[in-house]
Structure formats: structure tokens, C-alpha cells
Ligand binder design. Structure first.
Ligand code: CP3
Length: 355
């Protein structure tokens, strides 16, 4: 078993004692970093960055060279999975992701490819192996996937959406067809995450960016149940260590108890939730990750420090807090403000700073 020099993240996710609160940042490798923009320019387009393990590794490590973050997150995208299922992903500058093919009928769903993660998504596994080699045990590597529901929204809409007309139409009009797609996706995501774990991911996170647009009943039936199946199917032990699983439903604050019931190790929180209240509700069943409003990083360093300390204070003493933003960092943020945040968290998170 390779020794992890900094294992704060894994310890906090397993609710074990730590010397200070660990922090990583959603989208920590991204456009707010000039070095990311330079590599992206060199690659030409975003998918080339994802598909070239050397470049994916390079940008994964960029934020760690600048800031003493407690984890690396694989540089990739949730939409590589539908791409590998045959939908042909591309990005339109300034407009986000698009698919050349979309799904509207049961026949479209039945025609989807069943990707073997070590073949069609081999470039992701190669990136994981390369990043682990380069990290050399300094900090853990987080792997990830989209939730079946969130992937399905992009696959059925053909890209980003505001009203989710097609997928919600399918949900209410032909629920059986949608369940067929979600079952396929849950199986594919389980294989994909297990392959990432075998390749060296030391924790995994499921991003359910669009679970929060559902009614409570639909959330359970069309999002949570499929994440539950994935949690049940994951290899939770690798290299002699437990591999923690984090579920993040953006806008899912009212369903935290049900999410904790899946048997995951941690829940990601967006900034609309009071973390003290969340902790009271889930008790010691899961760790909590979050939950600063990403927009706080527009403020001055003093305000950033105050907000970080206030979240850490609200979580309170004891184990099980991983600091993060409530969603991805915005591209306009000054990297110096990120340096301030990381320092503030490590300072305020020391048990002596928060008796
Ligand atoms: O967190 C990290 O640093 C790891 C990298 C990561 C990316 N995407 C890189 C990326 C992760 C974890 C994701 C997940 C992802 N991708 C989600 C779930 C999390 C969330 O943000 O809700 C979703 C919904 C996507 C789909 C996606 N990918 C969208 C909507 C966009 C366009 C929006 C944008 O910011 O331009 C992407 C592109 C994308 N994925 C970029 C990055 C760094 C920007 C691409 C660029 O360089 O132009």
C-alpha cells in the first residue's frame, strides 16, 4: 500500500480525526487559471484536453502547484460517458456541451452502445494512472461521474437546457422508457467508476447537477434510486483502503436524509443549505462536503476569511467536514483569492482554532 503523505481528505470523508479541515474546489482546474487557459489553447479544444492523458494530467496538477489543496480531482467531464455510448459530444465556444445525436425514443435507447471503460474510455483510465504516478502519494486523487439522471438530461435534451422540456415530457408521458435509459446509465456508471477505482481513484464523487429540478417523488424514483444502485455496486476497498463515495445533488438540500440512506460516505452540499442544520439532520451517518457560495470569491480577502471561518464554525467541532464551494468556481475569479481561501480554511479548521 502506497503511503498517502496527506490523507486529510480520506480521513474527513470517513469521519476520522484530522489536524485541520481539508479543502478542494469543484472545477479547481479551469479557466480562472492562466496556465489552464494556456494548455487549453495548446490543445485546441476541450475534448482534446480530456482525450490526451498527458494534457489531462498536466491540468489536473496545475492548481496543486499553486495552492496547498488536499486533493486532486481527475480532469475530465461527466459527458465523456454519453459520448462513449455513441452520442458524439462537442463543445460550442461560449454555449457549452452539445451532442450530435440525441435520444427521444425507446429505439434510440436500445441502440446505445455499452462502453467498456478500458476501451472506449481508456483515455480516462490512462489519465488516472498517469496522475497517480505523478502525484506520487502527495494527496489523494478523486474520480467522478455524472448521476444517471443528470447524464440523461443532457442526452435527451441534446445539450444544456433551461426548461428540460424533452426529458420532463418523457418522465411524465413515458416513464418506462426513461427508466430503461436510467437503468442502462446506472450500469454503465457503476462499471466506469469501478474502472476508475481500479486505475487508482482513491475517492469518488457522483455529480447530480440537475436532481434539484425534480419533484420530491420524481427525485426518489428517477435520480436517487439510480445513485443508490451505483453505491451498492461500487468496489469500496482498494489498495488496502476504503474508497469513500460522495453524492452531490445540487438543489437537493431537502433530501439529505434520504441521500444518507443510500450508504454513501459523504454528501456534497450547495450553498442554499445551512451546514449546521444539515449536520443535525444526518447526524454521524455521513461526512459533509461544502458549502461556500462560489460568489464569495469575488469579495476581498477579509470577507473570504470571515465566510470560510463562519462555515467551519457552523459545522462545529468533531470530524467529518470537507471544505468546498457549493458548486464550481467561476472563470472570473482571481487566483489570489483562492490562495486566501485555502489558507483561511487550513487556519480556521485546526481543532484549537475552533474549540
Ligand atoms: O472539478 C474539476 O476541476 C474537474 C473537472 C470537471 C469538469 N467538468 C471540467 C470542465 C468536472 C468534475 C466536471 C463535471 C461536469 N461537467 C458537471 C457536473 C458538475 C457541475 O459543474 O455541475 C457538468 C454538469 C458538466 C457538463 C459541462 N462541461 C458543462 C455544462 C460545461 C460548459 C460550462 C462551462 O463552464 O463552460 C462543461 C465544460 C467543462 N468541463 C469545462 C471544464 C474545465 C470548461 C471547458 C473549457 O475549457 O472551455
Amino acid at each position: 500500500m502506497q503511503i498517502l503523505k496527506n490523507d486529510r481528505l480520506i480521513r474527513a470523508l470517513l469521519r476520522q480525526p484530522v489536524d485541520t479541515t481539508p479543502i478542494w474546489i469543484m472545477r479547481q482546474a479551469g479557466r480562472y487559471l492562466p496556465e489552464y487557459r494556456a494548455t487549453r489553447e495548446r490543445a485546441g479544444d476541450f475534448m482534446t484536453l480530456c482525450r490526451t492523458p498527458e494534457l489531462a494530467c498536466e491540468v489536473t496538477l496545475q492548481p496543486l502547484a499553486r495552492f496547498p489543496l488536499d486533493a486532486a480531482i481527475l480532469f475530465s467531464d461527466i459527458l465523456t460517458v454519453p459520448d462513449a455510448m455513441g452520442l458524439d459530444l462537442y463543445f460550442v465556444e461560449g454555449e457549452g456541451p452539445r451532442f450530435r445525436r440525441t435520444l427521444r425514443s425507446a429505439a434510440d435507447i436500445d441502440a446505445l452502445a455499452c462502453p467498456d471503460p478500458e476501451h472506449e474510455l481508456r483515455y480516462v483510465m490512462d489519465a488516472v494512472r498517469l496522475i497517480r504516478r505523478e502525484l506520487n502519494g502527495s494527496v489523494p486523487l478523486i474520480g467522478f461521474s455524472g448521476s444517471p439522471w443528470t447524464l440523461a438530461t443532457y442526452m435527451v435534451e441534446g445539450g444544456a437546457s433551461r426548461e428540460f422540456a424533452h426529458i420532463k415530457g418523457l418522465l411524465y408521458d413515458q416513464p418506462t422508457v426513461l427508466h430503461r435509459l436510467l437503468t442502462r446509465l446506472a450500469d454503465t456508471v457503476t462499471d466506469y467508476l469501478n474502472a476508475q477505482i481500479r486505475a487508482g481513484a482513491q475517492a469518488v464523487m457522483i455529480f447530480d447537477t440537475w436532481g434539484g429540478i425534480l419533484t420530491p417523488t420524481a427525485y426518489r424514483a428517477f435520480s436517487l434510486d439510480y445513485m443508490h444502485r451505483i453505491v451498492d455496486g461500487l468496489t469500496r476497498e482498494n489498495e488496502g483502503r476504503h474508497v469513500p463515495v460522495t453524492l452531490f445533488t445540487k438543489g437537493g438540500g431537502q433530501w439529505l436524509e434520504a441521500m444518507a440512506d443510500t450508504g454513501c460516505d459523504a454528501l456534497g452540499l450547495d450553498w442554499t443549505v445551512d451546514i449546521a442544520d444539515a449536520r443535525r439532520r444526518v447526524g454521524d451517518r455521513v461526512a459533509l462536503q461544502g458549502n461556500m457560495d462560489p460568489a464569495v470569491l469575488y469579495a476581498n480577502p477579509t470577507r473570504i476569511r470571515e465566510e470560510a471561518a463562519s462555515i467551519i464554525g457552523a459545522y462545529g467541532s468533531g470530524n467529518g467536514h470537507v471544505f468546498n464551494l457549493g458548486h464550481g468556481i467561476h472563470p472570473q475569479i482571481d487566483p489570489d483569492h483562492v490562495a486566501t481561501l485555502v489558507d483561511a480554511v487550513h487556519h480556521a479548521g485546526k481543532p484549537t482554532a475552533n474549540p
